[in-house]
Design a protein around this ligand. Sequence first.
Ligand SMILES: *Cc1c(COP(=O)(O)O)cnc(C)c1O
Length: 361
Amino acid sequence: MARVYNFSAGPSVLPESVLKKAASQMLDYEGSGQSVMEMSHRSKVYESIIKGCESLLREVMSIPDNYKVLFLQGGASSQFAMLPLNLMNGSGKADFVITGQWANKAYQEAARYGQSNIVASSKDKTFSYIPELDPSSFTSDADYFHICLNNTIYGTRYTSLPETGSVPLVADVSSCVLSQPIDVSRFGVLYAGAQKNMAPAGLTVVIIREDLIGNARDITPTMFNYQTHSDNDSMYNTPPCYSIYICKLVLEWIKNEIGGLEKMKVINEKKASLLYDFLDLSKLFRGTVVKKDRSLMNIPFITGDEELDAKFVKQATAAGFINLKGHRSVGGMRASIYNAMPIEGVEKLVKFMKAFEVENA
Ligand SMILES: *Cc1c(COP(=O)(O)O)cnc(C)c1O
């Protein structure tokens, strides 16, 4: 069977060359006589995989030396609790910008541990924009300031970062990590569930400034303490070995086949504008997000008629464009076009949408 074009928001498409390489190494990884799935995480051969993954991530993202890279489990969702447990230990306060469900979950979880403040929200317009931020409304002694850099469900992204002064800026980058260069030094913590743009599900990557490690609350479970994982090079317990291996292959793909994150960004901008330019001209479809805040990764759109939306999703699926149904909370459609979605996938989708428009206008 031919491969489909998979527009899933996550878990999502992986580069075909990565899947082929993994397939070729499935039974025998580099002469070890074993699959990566089978090997001891304490073995020399596995050590070279996890160390290689970390050093590639550091290189590709230009991560400064005073940051630790942690390979964890529990998803981005566990970070909603790990962050307050580890960071909310000064004033016990943290600031949040509510730009969608994930940002709201980070806020709600932190509210169980301390004083979480909402500094701005775009809930009034179904999260279709990034709110203007007024630094005078920020909590000056907050332990951290949290944003969700790319909002997977609603299709918005920050194009400039809040000025938080000495308050560590913390960002959920689950759905935009590795999609373009990012200045890691602007952040205290970056975290991502890997299943959008890095690897299969099971791996959570945390990039944390060293001085933010080591101040966890006493009640913090050992496994939720960043120090535990930092002190043990992400090997305190069994790490998600296979996901880390695929992550390494994805990073090799970005470095060697794409040519780094600047190039990745150019490709992603090209793919996104193919779809946005069509949506802006279409008489049937329209995007739901204000132009200046449009995501490069997740593109929601509607016809304005729920029945027609359903008809479109059904016909698209039959034509090999899968997972285009919008999130259950917003309806309509959403095309997630992560790094691994080839440009032909977007070109063909636009062509399909044009034909659907002609038939249904
Ligand atoms: C998918 C996603 C999450 C949830 O990730 P899990 O790994 O399933 O916990 C959180 N934040 C953002 C921005 C996401 O896209």
